[in-house]
Design a protein around this ligand. Structure first.
Ligand code: G1P
Length: 289
């Protein structure tokens, strides 16, 4: 069994209810941030953390994700003919080596735990990353690389967390820590969407995980939890009884692109981060205020 994190599972089958109607005919994780789909940034982050194989857990009507990460001879040929080398480099920049990506169907929207379980045959018996692609993160080093560095240090399972905005902890998975000392702490439990006032901490699970393959055995029989869904958090809480889990409070900023305002924030922030666009973006934004 490889102990290196080589594979990442990306559950993308969600309907994108909070960003409808934009996500009606376009998979929500292909929605635009400046000039690239959200998934382009996510895949870049994962590759930077050493991920060599991507397992997308998709739903019906999401073939555009496969097409995005495939060659497009018509577009590329037209750009070549017009000598648009810079655009061509951008278009090809997202393409990895052939065979880098697998796509499995979730078939029914039964929850995040069920989505991860659908990837079991492709992941096999090795530790793997889970990335929630709604959560776009800017960080240096990138968020998943921070998680992998923590994994290399303590092993076991790693859950990336961050402080929840005041009064919003009940919307997320929340972790309980043995003690809070620095950014990497041993966990004693976790709970999905705790009723307000019962949260064991203010740290929420923000969308990057490193898990041992034993989670698949737990998910196999995992019952429905919060919201009637098979929850990854519930399965992790069970596995925590026999394996170590550490919470990593990562150093960076998260944009929830599954939400209208989060997607808007990401567009503004990512435009301001681009050296060739920053000045024009700032001017355009200021003119609107
Ligand atoms: C999922 C996870 C939750 C996590 C959240 C982050 O919830 O179940 O633990 O905190 O993503 O966005 P969902 O947003 O699917 O309800």
């Amino acid at each position: 069994m490889s102990s290196r994190v080589r594979k990442a599972v990306l559950p993308v089958a969600g309907l994108g209810t909070r960003v409808l109607p934009a996500a009606k005919a376009t998979p929500k994780n292909l929605l635009n941030v400046v000039d690239r789909p959200i998934l382009s940034y996510i895949v870049e982050e994962a590759r930077a953390a050493g991920v060599e194989h991507f397992v997308f857990v998709v739903g019906r009507g999401q073939g555009a994700i496969e097409d995005y990460f495939d060659a497009n001879p018509e577009v590329e040929g037209a750009l070549e003919a017009k000598a648009k080398a810079d655009v061509l480099a951008d278009v090809r920049g997202d393409l990895g080596p052939p065979g880098e990506m697998s796509f499995v169907r979730q078939m029914a929207p039964l929850g995040l735990g069920h989505a991860v379980w659908c990837a079991r045959h492709v992941v096999g018996n090795e530790p793997f990353a889970v990335i929630l692609p709604d959560m776009l993160m800017t960080a240096e080093p990138p968020a998943l690389a921070q998680a992998v560095a923590a994994y290399d240090k303590v092993g076991g399972n790693i859950v990336v967390v961050e402080p929840a905005p005041k009064g919003e902890a009940h919307k997320y998975g929340i972790v309980a820590l043995e003690a809070q000392d620095g950014r990497l702490n041993r966990m004693t439990g976790m709970v999905e969407k705790p009723p307000p006032g019962t949260e064991p901490s203010n740290l929420f699970i923000s969308g990057r995980y490193i898990l041992q393959p034993d989670i698949f055995g737990v998910l196999e029989t995992q019952e429905r939890g919060a919201g009637g869904e098979i929850q990854l958090t519930d399965a992790m809480a069970k596995l925590l009884k026999s394996q170590a889990f550490h919470a990593l409070e990562y150093d960076g900023t998260t944009y929830d692109c599954g939400d209208k305002i989060g997607l808007l924030r990401a567009n503004v922030a990512f435009a301001l981060r681009r050296p060739e666009l920053a000045a024009a973006a700032r001017k355009a934004i200021q003119a609107l205020l």
